[in-house]
Unconditional design. Structure first.
Length: 150
């Protein structure tokens, strides 16, 4: 799985995702851009069942409460995005898709592909935010911002 920071290939062991620090930028530290390319068949095999389980859980919660609490967080979504919808930006806008993924699913993706936060001493960058998530031919492309750990 190739990972690039400012167009330079880096080792996946040098980047970390931590839910606690997501969307929290460190003041005074430069922001860099990252791009991760994941082979689409691998992504589908690992993440589609997890996404389908998430949708099932959200729908079950809605049925139990009689509300669509999760959907009410988004202005233009009237139904939960299907797995196919999150792989492209044809049906829903990138902003709405990223809002949904950041709220409900991005941590599962990074936990699967980057592993757990064990030893941050070997990490050089922390993912601060994902701004782009789309399939491109036979790969899934994820782009966003990182900051140096040290």
């Amino acid at each position: 799985m190739p990972i690039y920071i400012n167009s330079q290939k880096v080792n996946s062991h040098q980047i970390v995702y931590d839910e606690f620090y997501y969307e929290k930028y460190a003041e005074g530290k430069e922001t860099d851009q990252f791009m991760i390319s994941i082979e689409l068949n691998d992504f589908n095999e690992k993440m589609q069942p997890k996404y389908e389980a998430l949708l099932h859980e959200l729908i079950e919660d809605d049925l139990l409460t009689g509300e669509n609490f999760a959907l009410e967080l988004f202005k233009t979504l009237t139904v939960y995005p299907s797995y196919e919808n999150i792989l492209d930006d044809i049906t829903i806008s990138m902003k709405e898709k990223m809002g949904f993924l950041n709220t409900f699913f991005i941590s599962q993706i990074f936990n699967e592909y980057l592993g757990k936060v064990n030893n941050t001493e070997s990490k050089r960058w922390v993912i601060r935010e994902v701004l782009y998530f789309n399939k491109n031919d036979d790969h899934l492309i994820i782009k966003g911002n990182v900051q140096k750990v040290y």
